[in-house]
Write a protein that binds this ligand. Structure first.
Ligand SMILES: [Ca+2]
Length: 504
């Protein structure tokens, strides 16, 4: 019956815009006909030839969508830190494609997550930072789960996906926004240089952390009977502060064994005023380009207190807790018998500094803030242990999923599907990763270089082949003018007014 209506209205190929307008009518008809929408939807079957000359059709593959908060590259398979321990993220990476050079669209939660969910850059939406409501932008643009829901998939999500645990109305079948967290005994809480607090929990509270509860809810949704394909999302909150994880995770990383990151004296001498301000201001909300003094920076406070390794310990412990939750999700999926028909995407919203460039937290346009884990596993399509070193962006997730499901791509979506890279890790894609923070500040990361153009015209250029720590700003070297110019071409031509966005 649904098909007949679509035919009457001359919709031969499924069209998401038409579907959105027709949705209330279609759902009513669907209900009356007692049929499942997914069985009726007309959309192309994406067919991919795999190694043994067989073809696979990913059209009705389920999706398990996992986000982790504030997780940088301290992931075993990414090699970001020698003490990092993430056996479950590693085993997921070993199933599919690990993008080793993936970057966020913005180095804080709000703007990064809005970009992921809409597939639009901050310069398009006007959401450049925390503190600007992303809801209006999310509400007027199509979002990832919404496309699945509109196409008859079952959609469910819990935890932090959008900033502030927002969920777009109508974009989900089942939602549990936020669970309460387990609380540490006040007497157990202690400070890291006056900048952070450490909250070790009693081990018997392991199943009561916010993330454990979120994942239990998601597991329940995974394991319920499914009469149609699903898109199920888990938003894991750690290693975001507060570092409320059981003591046993702290105990896995004895402070004295923790390797402090490599740094050089005077690393900030060759950066401009905005980069300097962002490095030295300790808080997530950077208000202007006035730098605190090096002496008063978070990093100086932490070093003076002798707490550098202590802070790292808490971060590593929180990563391990998050990784444990990822393991629970993978195990639960296996119990459903649906693993071979389920795409898994795992991403973190941005990275984190722990003393590199005299900085703690996120909120910079350097590698520590922009580089993130990104794993895409498509059973039958991605080969085990696949790795791609091409520069990619989190805004590429949306078009990737659209392509794998055969959904039409909303014309305004930016980013580029990762599907060609899933089978050819060296596929020659043109687009570098673009990261924006506060209006008019942009980093362009390609396979070798990072170019940063700040709103006041200050520039930085780093060559990762010779300088993986981004210690030496070579923007002024005349022999690199052509390379710099090529990267600069990718700087957006227009920047939407903050918080309002343009007409998308
Ligand atoms: Ca430097």
């Amino acid at each position: 019956m649904l098909k007949q209506v679509m035919n009457m209205m001359n919709i031969n190929k499924f069209n998401w815009r038409a579907k959105t307008k027709l949705l209330p009518l279609m759902l009513t008809i669907n209900f009356l006909a007692g049929c499942v929408a997914s069985q009726q939807v007309q959309r192309p079957s994406p067919s991919y030839e795999v190694a043994d000359n067989q073809k696979i059709d990913t059209k009705n593959y389920n999706v398990l969508f996992i986000s982790v908060d504030d997780l940088n590259d301290w992931v075993g398979v990414l090699g970001g830190h020698p003490n990092a321990s993430t056996p479950n993220i590693d085993r997921l990476a070993n199933r599919g494609m690990l993008f080793t050079n993936a970057h966020t669209a913005s180095p804080v939660c709000n703007s990064s997550r809005a970009a992921v969910m809409t597939g639009l850059l901050p310069s398009t939406t006007g959401i450049y930072r925390n503190g600007v409501p992303s809801k209006p932008v999310v509400n007027k643009n199509v979002t990832i789960s919404e496309v699945y829901k509109n196409n008859g998939f079952y959609t469910a999500g819990s935890g932090k996906l959008l900033h502030l645990f927002n969920y777009k109305k109508g974009a989900w079948d089942d939602v549990k926004k936020r669970f309460p967290d387990a609380i540490a005994d006040k007497r157990e809480v202690y400070s890291v240089g006056g900048e952070f607090n450490i909250h070790p929990l009693k081990n018997n509270l392991e199943n009561e952390t916010m993330d454990a509860r979120t994942v239990s809810w998601v597991i329940d949704k995974l394991q319920q009977p499914h009469d149609k394909p699903f898109f199920i999302a888990a938003g894991i909150y750690r290693p975001h502060v507060l570092w409320r994880v059981p003591q046993r995770f702290y105990a896995e990383f004895p402070e004295e064994n923790i390797v402090i990151p490599s740094t050089i004296e005077n690393d900030l001498d060759d950066v401009g005023s905005i980069g300097m301000a962002w490095a030295l201001q300790g808080k997530d909300q950077v208000k202007d380009d006035k730098a605190d003094s090096l002496e008063n920076s978070a990093h100086s406070n932490i070093k003076r207190a002798g707490h550098w390794q202590l802070g790292m310990q808490a971060y590593l412990a929180s990563i391990k807790h998050a990784d444990t939750q990822v393991g629970r999700l993978l195990d639960a999926l296996d119990t459903t018998g649906l693993t071979e028909k389920t795409i898994i995407v795992l991403w973190s919203d941005h990275g984190w500094h722990l003393g590199e460039k005299n900085h703690w937290r996120k909120s910079t346009l350097w590698e520590e803030s922009t580089r993130v884990p990104l794993i895409v596993s498509v059973p039958g399509l991605t080969k085990a242990n696949s790795r791609s070193n091409k520069a990619v962006s989190l805004i590429d997730i949306f078009p990737t999923l659209l392509e794998l499901a055969g959904f039409d791509k909303p014309e305004k979506i930016q980013g580029e599907s990762l599907v060609p890279l899933l089978t050819d890790p060296n596929y020659n894609r043109k687009m570098p990763a673009i990261t924006e923070y506060y209006r008019g500040n942009v980093a362009i990361r390609d396979d070798r270089y990072r170019y940063i153009l700040y709103a006041n015209g200050e520039e930085e250029l780093y060559d990762h082949k010779n300088d993986p720590n981004e210690w030496h700003n070579i923007a002024k070297e005349s022999k690199l003018a052509e390379i710099k110019g090529g990267l600069r071409e990718w700087v957006p031509k227009n920047f939407a007014a903050e918080g309002k966005g343009n007409k998308h």
